[in-house]
Write a new protein. Structure first.
Length: 159
């Protein structure tokens, strides 16, 4: 039962991110050089709640308790078309000199191309998520920064 609830929550959160209109202004979106970038940050336990045979339970090499799943979706701001085949990396930095850099791997969310990976920001507080996006055939990266707060006492399951 818990797995079904967690799966439902993940689908709803990801559908909201995927359905936001291009150019929408919010703390979780930016338009840079004609590319609309949408950020989602959820507890990795939501992805881990999928049944073992489900792709999302194994993506990015799996997660450990307390990890956070950072995801982005990319759109052409004018046409609203989803952007696939980009190379995306993220640097997450925060309290107590926490810094972690990873490639955001291609993934499908409701059959739509997105990018994501697991990070381990365990200390409550403010974090900065800096993205570098290289579009197919582009000569330079698109860069965007987001602020995100880990509330409370950190993710459940953290040692």
């Amino acid at each position: 039962m818990r797995g079904k609830i967690v799966s439902s929550i993940a689908v709803v959160l990801l559908a909201i991110i995927a359905s936001l209109p291009a150019g929408a202004a919010s703390p979780t979106s930016r338009v840079v050089d004609g590319v609309a970038i949408y950020l989602g940050v959820i507890p990795a336990a939501i992805a881990r709640g999928h049944p073992g045979e489900h792709e999302e339970s194994r993506m990015h090499g799996g997660a450990v308790p307390g990890d956070t799943h950072v995801m982005i979706a990319l759109f052409d701001d004018k046409s609203g078309a989803r952007i696939a085949q980009a190379r995306v990396s993220a640097v997450v930095s925060g309290p107590k000199r926490y810094r972690e850099e990873k490639q955001l791997e291609p993934m499908l969310v409701a059959s739509a191309p997105s990018y994501g990976n697991y990070f381990a920001p365990y200390e409550p507080g403010s974090y900065r998520i800096a993205l570098s996006v290289r579009l197919p055939g582009a000569a330079r990266d698109i860069r965007a920064k987001f602020n995100w707060t880990l509330p409370g006492n950190g993710p459940a399951g953290h040692p």
